[in-house]
Design a protein around this ligand. Structure first.
Ligand SMILES: Cc1cc2nc3c(=O)[nH]c(=O)nc-3n(C[C@H](O)[C@H](O)[C@H](O)COP(=O)(O)OP(=O)(O)OC[C@H]3O[C@@H](n4cnc5c(N)ncnc54)[C@H](O)[C@@H]3O)c2cc1C
Length: 534
């Protein structure tokens, strides 16, 4: 890392370095901060916490083996099966084993998970789970309810300082040792240094690198690029999950029509009313996400369209049971009680990310990563529904424990006042705005549900060209992450889980392993490929 604090404004001159800086205020970041309390922690978030986080949008819930009929082993086996042969088995076991304890933690923070009259947690079943094991809140409100409870807990915890409206752009470091975060005030140009004894990256996913996504605008791969630029190993970047049923109503982000609708019996039909999952998979609409996504993609490509029909299965109880989807459909002028809902696959979740071990440590010293930005190996090539909130809390808690163990004596919180109000949205120049559009379109077209060598090389060339006009570090970060994903997809010459190559449509048993790359390696690959594309 060539960047040092010398060139930047210190965030709080004259004071000691922070104990812990967490970049990101979603579930992983907030949970880690609470678990670290009373150790002083600064959370830096580019949006007010609760906004700009996928966590608040989660509709399904958290998977955990809680019921007496279920077991950690069954949850582990379902997760391994979904991951298509490349999950880290020990990580999956630890994650599933610690699930029920973390759900108890969330209850203690006040999350109102649905319970029966005797106070037992109500558990739902989702696709590819062999048991009912998803804890939820009022149908599709889990994410919001979890985040509301954690935000209240964080605001009440004096050792946690929340700085909202600051965009992390780079890590500060000495060699491979990360010593802090450089951030820019949203809407401003001045960069500030936040030195820390420990840095936790919890910046979420990559959805907004794609033209169609279910993720909030802040999920744009900044954190992944920051770590890659600092030299961290990135793992499994090619594995992107496309949710099959985003509402295709022209909004960005695309509203999600949760899988639970299909779990309740909603069916998929085309314009001719044909139930096109028949003949594709024995589980029909509840087949694995990648199979349903490809089937829908094909109906749309071939002009037949794809629609979710909830009329018989859910009908009049739609608004009560799925208030979020109901509101999204209504604002697009659709009534799910009477109308078919047009759907299309949308980028939803990134299985890959910054490589971590079981304690969330990355390949860089003093940098931990948790949540969607991390690649623990828990999801392999495909994530099992409702396992991502689980992964976020399990590994955030492990990181907190690891940091406590390394630094047994916390200092006392002693912060200067900082203006924590979010600034104006940043003004991007026209070239940068166009570059982002190029990036989003090329990733959707060439690094989406279907991929090929030709398309992936085109994507790399498009990104390389777009990157050359980007001035701001945050926009360059988006380009870097796009490049890491496209390059990893080019290198994996087989199809597995969320990664489908039309030129290599089968799984290759010799490739049943995770992928690892540094930005340096990816840049070399891009240079080599572009020589022949241009
Ligand atoms: C619509 C939808 C429904 C989902 N439903 C489920 C579900 O039912 N169950 C499940 O398990 N998973 C679900 N997921 C996935 C799950 O919500 C996410 O994987 C998980 O919440 C990620 O948590 P996180 O803390 O890592 O990231 P996030 O919650 O996305 O938080 C990231 C944080 O980082 C901040 N940030 C990003 N970049 C920067 C930067 N450069 N500087 C400063 N701050 C930054 C953001 O503002 C945000 O505060 C769903 C996702 C979506 C989009």
């Amino acid at each position: 890392m060539a960047i040092s604090t010398d060139d930047f404004v210190p965030a709080y001159p004259g004071k000691d370095v922070d104990d812990v800086v967490i970049l990101g205020g979603g579930l992983a970041g907030l949970f880690c901060a609470l678990k670290l309390s009373p150790r002083p922690v600064t959370i830096i978030s580019n949006a007010p916490i609760g906004q700009g986080a996928s966590s608040a949008w989660a509709q399904g819930g958290i998977a955990a083996a809680i019921s007496e009929k279920d077991s950690v082993e069954k949850h582990r086996d379902d997760t391994l099966a979904a991951g298509c042969g490349i999950c880290e088995e020990n990580i999956v076991y630890q994650m599933t084993r610690e699930g029920s304890e973390r759900v108890r933690d969330l209850l203690s923070y006040g999350v109102p998970f649905d319970q029966d009259l005797e106070g037992r947690l109500q558990l739902s079943r989702e696709a590819a789970h062999s048991h009912s094991r998803v804890v939820r809140v009022r149908g599709d409100m889990a994410g919001k309810a979890i985040m509301d409870a954690l935000i209240t807990a964080v605001r009440r915890t004096p050792s946690i300082r929340v700085l909202e409206g600051y965009i992390g752009e780079s890590f500060i470091g000495e060699g491979r040792y990360v010593t802090g975060v450089l951030a820019r005030r949203r809407g401003g140009l001045e960069r500030m240094a936040f030195p820390a004894k420990a840095v936790v990256l919890a910046s979420g996913g990559i959805g907004h690198l794609y033209a169609m996504t279910t993720n909030p605008g802040e999920a744009n791969g900044h954190g992944l690029a920051m770590a890659a630029r600092a030299g961290a190993v990135i793992s499994d970047a090619e594995f992107v999950q496309f949710h099959p049923t985003a509402l295709d109503v022209g909004s960005d982000p695309a509203p999600l029509a949760t899988e639970a609708l299909r779990g309740e019996g909603a069916i998929l039909v085309n314009k001719a009313g044909e139930r096109f999952m028949e003949g594709i998979h024995a589980d029909l609409e509840l087949a694995p996400r990648d199979i349903v996504a490809r089937a829908i993609h094909r109906e749309i490509l071939e002009g037949r369209g794809a629609y979710l029909d909830c009329r018989d299965a859910i009908g009049a109880r739609f608004n009560d049971d799925f208030p979020t989807v109901f509101a999204a459909a209504q604002s697009a002028g659709l009534d799910p009680v009477k109308d078919l809902l047009p759907v299309a696959p949308a980028e939803h979740y990134h299985m890959g990310g910054v490589l971590t071990d079981a304690n969330g440590r990355t390949s860089l010293d003093n940098l931990w990563a948790a949540g969607e930005v991390a690649s623990t190996g828990a999801h392999g090539a495909n994530r099992l529904a409702s396992n991502s909130l689980l992964e976020a809390v399990v590994f955030a808690a492990r990181i907190a424990e690891d940091i406590q163990g390394l630094m047994p004596t916390p200092r006392s919180a002693f912060w200067d006042e900082m203006d924590a109000a979010p600034g104006l949205p940043s003004q991007r120049n026209i070239e940068e705005r166009d570059a982002i559009t190029v990036l989003r379109n090329t990733l959707s077209e060439n690094v989406g549900v279907l991929r090929s060598r030709e398309g992936l090389r085109k994507a790399l060339a498009d990104i390389q060209k777009a990157e050359s006009v980007c001035v701001r570090q945050s926009i360059q970060n988006m380009m870097v992450t796009g490049k890491l994903i496209a390059a990893a997809a080019l290198m994996r010459e087989e199809s597995r889980g969320g990664h489908f190559r039309t030129d290599f449509p089968d799984e290759n048993p010799a490739m049943a392993k995770r992928s690892y790359a540094t930005l340096k390696e990816v840049n070399a690959l891009v240079a080599e490929n572009l020589e022949t594309v241009i």
